[in-house]
Design a protein around this ligand. Sequence first.
Ligand code: THU
Length: 136
Amino acid sequence: MRTAIEHESELLAAARAVREHAHAPYSRFKVGAALLDEQGRIHAGCNVENAAYPQGTCAEAGAVAALVAAGGSRVMAAVVVGEGPRLVTPCGGCRQKLREFATEDATVVVADLNAVRARFTLGELLPSSFGPEHLA
Ligand code: THU
């Protein structure tokens, strides 16, 4: 397993706390995410579902929006918290959303309410990715 990132315990606490606010009446699957920005600040988000199902948003998307709204510009690390027998890794769309603000060596921690279950780099989750550099 990869080594723990700086601020990991604070990111875990933030992701677990915001997960409690998830609006997930349809899936009953609550997710929390916390991101570390380039200034050492933490931004959190939870999934927000909608009666018109496709309009729901993932926890990571909410956290990215919070980071940008606060004036952040880089995702240095991410923590995603969900419960269940399988690892709650970011969905494909959220991997790309993170990629917009992160390099491939950024750490993505997958955890539940009790423990860190896995650590990845974004490059492992989204290899050979397309990013902002392609349009520079
Ligand atoms: N979900 C997230 O918020 N993040 C993930 O990484 C995986 C899935 C949400 C979307 C939906 O509200 C619920 O979990 C079930 O898919």
